[in-house]
Write a protein that binds this ligand. Structure first.
Ligand SMILES: NC(=O)c1ccc[n+]([C@@H]2O[C@H](COP(=O)([O-])OP(=O)(O)OC[C@H]3O[C@@H](n4cnc5c(N)ncnc54)[C@H](OP(=O)(O)O)[C@@H]3O)[C@@H](O)[C@H]2O)c1
Length: 200
């Protein structure tokens, strides 16, 4: 398959792209770097990316910005970032991507465990993650041409915890997290949420 990985220069995305590249042709998209650049916050940028790479068989997103902050400190900009980038950016990858993906192709988006296991400071991230899971469940019912859409829900990644100076013993490595994305791309489920620890 020809597979576009958006966020392929990131912690999870690089592991996903490397794992997929063992059996597929991978086009790596990033914000600053990659085979192609894209800004998830801009529909025009997403359109330009798809136009520049030609038809693909699968799209994986491991991108999406949203910030931690106490509820009392969340301003409009914090909500806008989560809603316009992490949420609508990934939804727009599906909306716009339908015209650029083969029949039977798949979209795999990234949500996260904070949708169902929130923590103080996670309000906008939890909000975007929950909405992404609901979006893919509902959109899966209506996508035609055998297209599929799923969401992967990662837990805290060991490499991310290490960069943050945290004890990473409770985390899942990026390589193990990538296995859930492979299952979503190479399997036949749609409208599903792939909890990363279940595939490690
Ligand atoms: N890491 C974790 O512990 C964890 C846990 C649960 C969920 N998640 C979710 O998983 C996703 C990936 O996390 P990560 O830790 O791998 O992130 P990361 O290391 O920060 O990588 C982010 C990726 O997204 C790209 N990107 C940044 N801004 C973008 C934009 N405006 N448009 C398009 N692409 C953009 C980056 O490109 P450049 O490198 O070119 O800037 C990079 O490829 C996020 O949605 C995160 O919320 C992560």
């Amino acid at each position: 398959m020809n597979i576009l990985v958006v966020g392929a220069t990131g912690t999870i995305g690089k592991a996903v792209a490397d794992a997929l590249a063992e059996n597929h042709t991978v086009i790596r998209a990033g914000y600053n770097d990659g085979d192609v650049r894209v800004d998830l916050g801009s529909k025009a940028s997403i359109e330009a990316m798809y136009n520049s790479i030609g038809q693909v068989d699968a799209v994986v997103s491991t991108a999406g910005l949203a910030g931690f902050a106490p509820f009392s400190e969340l301003d409009d900009a914090a909500y806008d970032l989560a809603l316009q980038n992490k949420l609508m950016g990934q939804i727009n990858l599906v909306r716009i991507g339908q015209a650029h993906i083969s029949d039977g192709g798949s979209f795999t988006l990234t949500a996260g465990i904070l949708s169902r296991n929130p923590m103080p400071g996670s309000v906008v991230i939890s909000l975007a993650n929950g909405a992404l899971e609901s979006f893919s469940k509902a959109a899966a019912l209506e996508l035609g041409r055998g297209l599929r859409v799923n969401t992967v829900s990662p837990v805290f990644v060991k490499e991310t915890m290490e960069v943050m100076g945290m004890d990473s013993s409770s985390g899942l490595s990026a390589a193990d997290t990538a296995k859930a994305y492979l299952a979503a791309v190479e399997g036949d489920l749609t409208g599903a949420v792939f909890d990363a620890p279940d595939y490690a």
